[in-house]
Design a protein around this ligand. Structure first.
Ligand code: ADP
Ligand code: MN
Ligand code: MN
Ligand code: MN
Ligand code: MN
Length: 364
């Protein structure tokens, strides 16, 4: 149950302030990935700019990395370099307010330890002529403030899985408001969200982002995660990306990663798909190493997963590491789905290693 202190949102009160004119200035919310797979953000004021801001127009900023586990106390400044700009779906009136996704750099100019975008962007650039497309399916679980799945009986379990996946109706789904509010917020912000659905475990949901070109995949997914945390905050729910939030006969949470290149999408593309899968087979361990923490609890070979220690693939097979969708096999070209990544994996690391394995590494 929510404590009294946590119930602080008063939308009607807030509205009259949101409507105030900003006198030619805007609010820019700088967002970055922290050391724990979460996001952090802070705001600053900028002069409004005709035509809007591009990342390169925006000032580099900094934060105290010793407070986020990203830098030591005696050398704590971490630099925030803007890389993508989105419309702010929370501060929608009074000015063209923005969300600014940033990469983190140390004081000496090297990428911060938790900045996985830097290397991924190099791989995307090196193979740009192959037009890599990604589509990620982000599963997550909504928790109450006691860290228990929303709507689950106190000290107990709901009825076994079955009615919840794409469920409709009371007793089958909870917190649909959050899912819809997040969906709208993503569309407003300019994120390439492609859909949502209720998942197999009650209180578990999914949204999909894509197809995105290259580095845009990580950028859009991280900003979509930020928006989800931010929306759920207003509804008094926590978002968990734990790959196995409840042990036992309950589905875990993944981040299925769909991938294709220009060659795979062209007539006869199945050859390129098969060649990529062959390469993935040879680097299974390396992929698992960056596919999320605690993934061994999820990849058991049960509950629609392949086992963590073996690589497998198949057409329409949801118990395999890699699934080739039925329609792709039928038409002979398209894309494939890497089902191994856990819900808490970093999309920059996932898309980066897929590029490295399937298309080749770059010198750094
Ligand atoms: P599933 O059947 O596995 O639940 P979803 O519909 O949830 O699949 O997600 C499929 C994802 O694949 C979407 O994010 C979509 O954008 C992406 N996708 C579709 N076509 C391609 C493609 N050619 N290349 C890469 N991703 C693609
Ligand atoms: Mn201060
Ligand atoms: Mn899906
Ligand atoms: Mn799913
Ligand atoms: Mn899937």
């Amino acid at each position: 149950m929510a404590t009294r202190d946590s119930v602080i949102s008063n939308p009607l009160n807030l509205k009259k302030y949101l409507e105030l004119d900003q006198k030619g200035r805007i609010m820019a919310e700088y967002v970055w990935v922290d050391s724990e797979g979460g996001v952090r953000s802070k705001s600053r004021t900028l002069d409004a700019k005709k035509g809007g801001y591009q990342p390169s127009d925006l000032p580099v900023w900094n934060f105290d990395g010793s407070s986020t586990g990203q830098a030591p106390g005696d050398n704590s400044d971490v630099l925030l370099k803007p890389v993508a700009v989105f419309a702010d779906p929370f501060r929608t009136i009074g000015g063209d307010n923005i969300l600014v996704l940033c990469e983190c750099f140390n004081a000496d100019g090297t990428p911060n330890k938790f900045n996985h975008r830097h290397d991924a962007a190099k791989l995307m650039e090196a193979h740009a002529e192959q037009e890599p497309w990604f589509g990620l399916e982000q599963e997550y679980t909504l928790l109450n403030l006691n860290n228990y799945p929303y709507g689950w009986p106190e000290n107990g379990y709901p009825a076994p899985q079955g009615p919840y996946y794409c469920g409709v109706g009371a007793g089958k789904v909870v917190q649909r408001d959050i899912v819809d509010a997040h969906y709208k917020a993503c569309l407003y912000a300019g994120i390439k969200i492609s859909g949502t659905n209720a998942e197999v475990m009650p209180a578990q949901w999914e949204f999909q982002v894509g197809p995105c070109l290259g580095i845009e995949m990580g950028d859009h997914l991280w900003m979509a995660r930020f928006l989800l945390h931010r929306v759920a905050e207003e509804f008094g729910a926590k978002v968990s990306f734990d790959p196995k939030p409840i042990p036992g006969e309950w589905n875990g949470a993944g981040l299925h990663s769909n991938f294709s290149t220009k060659a795979m999408r062209a007539e006869g593309g199945m050859k390129a798909i098969e060649a990529a899968i062959k390469k993935l087979e040879g680097r299974h361990k390396e992929h698992i190493a960056v596919y999320g923490e605690g993934n061994e609890k999820r990849l058991t070979g049960r509950h629609e997963t392949g086992a963590i220690d073996s690589f497998s693939y198949g057409v329409a097979n949801r118990g395999a590491s890699i699934r080739i969708p039925r329609e792709v096999a039928a038409q002979g070209y398209g894309y494939f789905e890497d089902r191994r990544p856990a819900s808490n994996a970093d999309p920059y690391q996932i898309t980066g290693i897929i590029m490295e394995t399937c298309l080749g590494s770059v010198e750094s």
